[in-house]
Write a protein that binds this ligand. Structure first.
Ligand code: PLP
Length: 401
């Protein structure tokens, strides 16, 4: 029997998808399931996006496209990032991918040799660890517990960078915590970053359009423009525009990095489809009413979720200010039993499994994100399902003894 490459032994199927699959199966069996597990925006883009795709198909060239992205898409992205203060970039600074996930994968391939270190905060988005393991990088995890609002401190960053990791990967707003770094927090971290010129900085900021409470989106290059030489900003149409299935991810950074991404693309994906690029241009340049309305809706839903969490005795839940996740510390439930079902809660996995079995509410155990005290609630479900789902979580806690 021929052998697999060692790397496939290090690759794991996404833990989030496994929960979502279980929820789907229970639903198919006729159970009433509220799904707070999968991180999808749950809305569709405006009609102009579909129109652009249809028009593109009508005049389709049928050919391979550019490894870097069409000029129209690159120009649309340049104009888009200018609106969030990322100015002075040119087409040569940009790269594309089949979603931000593939952009991140390309960056890992481009920047990390086997054994090089990549540092990132915990809780982390699951794919960071998975991608790092596939490329056989050494991972330096920087624990950011609920006591520090799941945010990295400048002192932690300093200690991590002193060990000279090849890459520091940063995520703002955060999946899974929804936390957002304010202007001063970004400036304080940027002041540390400038002192360590041997480390690349990837800012995976795909939720940058979903920031609440007037906090605004801030990037390291806003505070310290000299960091542009090393900062790679990663963006995606998936969440902002309700287009996760269209698979459009983008990056802006040093020309050398953009070139490396295009070279890798030329060896695997080649390009992204013409009609998809046309739809992406329409999303980026067309009316922004859908994403803006969704951001307001998510802020209101965040308030609703927080109200429910705050009403649960003993539950600690830092208040998120972006994305569409809430990440309570559920450790108050550990060691207890859910009385009506007799299900015992030992940890986050048994908690989420019991919650799904007993109440039909699917959430993702925090250990999927490296924080086993937590649980991720993704609150983009249809609005009528939100209150009943939250009520079931409250009841579940009330029934623990
Ligand atoms: C933090 C973060 N980065 C990247 C991605 C990947 O996004 P895309 O759909 O563009 O591949 C996700 C998707 O959930 C995410 O949460």
């Amino acid at each position: 029997m021929p052998q697999f490459a060692q790397r496939i032994g290090r690759a794991r199927p996404s833990a989030i998808m496994q929960i979502a699959e279980k929820a789907k199966r229970l639903k198919a069996e006729g159970r009433d399931i509220v799904n707070f597990s999968i991180g999808v925006p749950n809305f569709l883009p405006g009609e102009h996006v579909y129109q652009a795709a249809r028009e593109s198909l009508a005049s389709d060239s049928g050919q391979y496209g550019s490894n870097r992205g069409s000029d129209a898409l690159l120009d649309a992205f340049l104009a888009h990032i200018e609106k969030i203060g990322l100015t002075g970039y040119r087409r040569a600074n940009l790269g594309i991918g089949i979603g931000a996930k593939q952009v991140l994968y390309n960056l890992a391939e481009a920047l990390l040799d086997e054994g090089d270190t990549i540092a990132f905060a915990v809780p982390y988005w699951t794919s960071y660890l998975d991608i790092a393991q596939i490329v056989n990088a050494r991972v330096e995890l920087l624990p950011c517990p609920p006591e520090q609002d799941y945010k990295l401190t400048p002192a932690q960053l300093e200690a991590a960078l002193a060990k000279k990791p090849r890459v520091f990967l940063f995520n703002n707003p955060s999946n899974p915590t929804g936390m957002v770094y304010g202007k001063d927090e970004i400036a304080a971290l940027a002041d540390v970053l400038v002192r360590y010129p041997d480390t690349w900085v990837i800012t995976d900021d795909i939720y940058n359009a979903m920031v609440f409470d007037g906090l605004g989106y801030h990037n390291f290059v806003h505070s310290r423009p000299e960091l542009r030489e090393r900062v790679i900003f990663v963006d995606s149409l998936s969440k902002t525009y309700g287009m996760p299935g269209w698979r459009v991810g983008l990056m802006a950074g040093p020309q050398s990095v953009a070139k490396a991404v295009a070279t890798l693309n030329s060896n695997h994906i080649t390009s992204i489809p013409e009609a998809v690029q046309a739809a992406a241009v329409a999303a980026l340049t067309g009316p922004q009413d859908v994403p803006e309305a969704k951001c307001r809706e998510f802020q209101a839903k965040r308030d609703q979720v927080m109200q429910a969490m705050d009403a649960i005795p003993g539950l600690v839940c830092p208040r998120p200010q972006g994305a569409f996740y809430v990440f309570p510390d559920i450790s108050v439930a550990f060691g207890k039993t859910h009385a009506p079902s007799g299900l015992k809660i030992d940890d986050d996995l048994s908690f989420c499994s019991a919650l799904l079995e007993a109440k039909g509410v699917a959430c993702v155990p925090g250990s999927a994100f490296g924080e086993p005290r937590g649980m991720r609630i993704s609150y983009t479900c249809p609005t009528p399902q939100l209150a009943p789902g939250l009520q079931r979580i409250q009841e579940f806690f009330a029934e623990l003894s």
